[in-house]
Write a protein that binds this ligand. Structure first.
Ligand code: TYD
Length: 214
């Protein structure tokens, strides 16, 4: 981001693509190299955001598509203003799970809202903030589904019944295609990796790219 001295990295990909594992590995590496790291996420990277996250992910029943898009944008506006910009101003490295590309891919995949409108809404909310690097963990939805089923069978963790995770395969195919289209529209911002590769290999590819930003 132009007004900060830090480095802002976002991770994107479908549910079950391994973002959390890669965020952890990257954080460990950066911290070991002496960088101050802020790990955060959307929705829910701030106190207000955690309230919004509860509405968008755990409310039973329909939320009107425009209302849903505005809730993600509200979470984002507060998160960028109160968490991300201050961290970048301090010179920290911000590793963030999901950002506006998730809104374009997920809310756009609902077919009610237009991708350009959603992106415009997010950019208004954040006064135009864009990450230095966005890592897309690309994975076909069948493999992602199988991974999530395994994780659920292995016991406690994230609530496995998030509303969006319960949606249909076709929706997740559209999400994947949307992420890939976003990456090819902005090749300089994105690093696309094949999330079926072993975690250690992915981490090495990510480190190589991140090293160019430090
Ligand atoms: P996340 O907490 O990353 O869940 P997971 O770890 O399972 O990937 O994201 C929760 C859900 O929120 C995910 O299904 C995608 C959705 N989402 C949107 O639909 N729009 C958005 O703008 C964001 C940030 C997330």
């Amino acid at each position: 981001m132009t007004d900060g001295r830090g480095v802002w990295i976002t991770l994107e990909g479908g549910d079950g693509s391994g973002k959390t594992t890669q965020a952890e590995l990257l954080e460990t590496w950066l911290t070991g190299a002496g960088h101050a790291v802020v790990r955060t996420r959307e929705p829910g990277g701030s106190e207000v955001g955690r309230l919004i996250r509860d509405i968008v992910l755990h409310h039973r029943g329909d939320v009107a598509p425009r209302a849903e898009a505005l809730l993600y944008a509200a979470d984002r506006a507060h998160h960028i203003a109160t968490v991300v910009r201050p961290a970048l101003g301090r010179g920290d490295v911000v590793i963030q799970d999901r950002y506006l590309d998730s809104s374009v891919a997920y809310q756009g995949a609902g077919r009610v809202l237009d991708a350009a409108e959603i992106r415009g809404l997010s950019l208004w909310a954040t006064e135009g903030a864009l990450p230095d690097l966005t890592i897309l963990l690309d994975l076909d939805p069948q493999t992602a589904r199988a991974r999530l089923a395994l994780r659920q069978a292995q016991g406690p963790g994230d609530n496995p019944f998030d509303r969006l995770e319960a949606e249909q395969q076709e929706f997740h195919e559209r999400v994947r295609d949307a992420f890939l289209a976003l990456a090819s529209a902005e090749p300089d911002r994105f690093l696309v990796v094949d999330a079926t590769r072993p975690a250690a290999e992915l981490a090495a590819a990510i480190r190589e790219r991140v090293a160019t930003l430090l």
